[in-house]
Design a protein around this ligand. Sequence first.
Ligand code: SF4
Ligand code: SF4
Length: 493
Amino acid sequence: MSLNMLTPEFIIDRDRDRCIDCKVCVSQCANLAHIFDEEEQRVVSDNSKCVACHRCVSMCPAGALSIRKFPLDFKANANWSADAIREIYRQAETGGVLLAAMGTGKAYPVYWDHMLLNASQVTNPSIDPLREPMELKTFLGRKPDSLRGELGPQLELEIPVMLSAMSFGSISLNACKSLAMAASGAGTMCNTGEGGLHTELAGYGANTIVQVASGRFGVDAAYLRAGAAIEIKIGQGAKPGIGGHLPGEKVGEEVSATRMIPLGTDAISPAPHHDIYSIEDLRQLIYSLKEATEYSKPVSVKIAAVHNVAAICSGIARAGADIIAIDGFRGGTGAAPLRIRDNVGIPVELALAAVDTRLREEGIRNSVSLVCGGSIRNSADIIKAVALGADAVYIATSALIAMGCHMCQKCYTGKCNWGIATQDPNLTKRLNPDIASARILNLLRAWTHEMKEMLGGMGINAIESLRGNRLMLRGIGLNDSELRTLGIKAAGE
Ligand code: SF4
Ligand code: SF4
């Protein structure tokens, strides 16, 4: 008999003095970690099924549940961590590629946390955002180099924050609706991802970027015209260089109709666009999309932050893109091979600074707007991104967390107990778009206040004046090479 070497990751603690055996946890856990034992006439738990999503803890009316890490120590070894050993057990058992969801959990440096913002003292006094107007309005798109130049189509945002691509299929329709409602309420954009545009979301077109990915799912002329901008997805921070895979079980009637693919078939988007093998090919697609929409919408190109990203973005700008979105390697995803997620790509902070520098040096910075995504966690990250050179940022994981995601990182199982990353009707109905969108709006409102305060503290009254102003940043705990790439001085200098 083959032994199962995989011990549970978590322990479900049930306080028997509090538990009333109401079975709420049984009905709430799609992973079947709680079972009603008919013989004993009480609820019992199976630790091995728990993924620490905390749904049962939040829903238990008696406050009887808590979850903790399973305390199993391996002999200390700097090379062979418990995770490394467990991953080998899993692969030895299944022979399969390990899947992961959300952003990498590896302890790579987070450069946002190694940059500090400036504040005015005495000269160039700070501005009180409660008493004086502060401008966060942002326009994305090609800008002319002189007043006589032609202004291309622009995306007008009330705040420099957009909701990043999440496809219908990878997340539920209620989650898509929540994002669309929040984007509309905040005067910003959400993004269809590669899932096509569900008919129920057509009314949010003015606040939607429609994506064209390598699988071309859901793409036709009406789709291209439905959004405020079009985004060509070349790569994604969580899985640079590879395509996507939505299993057939998740392709129900609505996903099939929206993606324009047969019911129950796997939606596999290839790693490359099969019509793009050069910058010239990319240029052809950009201009085909512009033609199809009568040059009325900006076209964005989204790439993963990888080595040589500055040269790649220079090519994309010259190919006619109006916006470039750079997605860092800590960016989230519904499903990615774990090795790719944890080992491929570079931090978006370094990529953004390198790209902004290169485009300025080449004198083409105005020809394209830069959007930075992949682990923007709070308003300070946004302000630092803008100071590094971003025109705006994309957020996704933080928007999901605002909706109720508890970062269990099991999105690829389709059993999201919070109704977000699932197509199971019993689970999707748990997410109320009115409540979820209100929570995202609250988050954006809070960040808006904080951004204005940080700007005011620096004596700046418009976000545009901060863009690329790296004098407002100082590095801490960084080596010379990192400081040079970021283009900032060390704290104290
Ligand atoms: S998976 Fe979630 S709902 Fe199920 S037992 Fe664990 S914490 Fe509770
Ligand atoms: S979306 Fe759902 S499954 Fe994915 S990490 Fe969040 S709670 Fe877990």
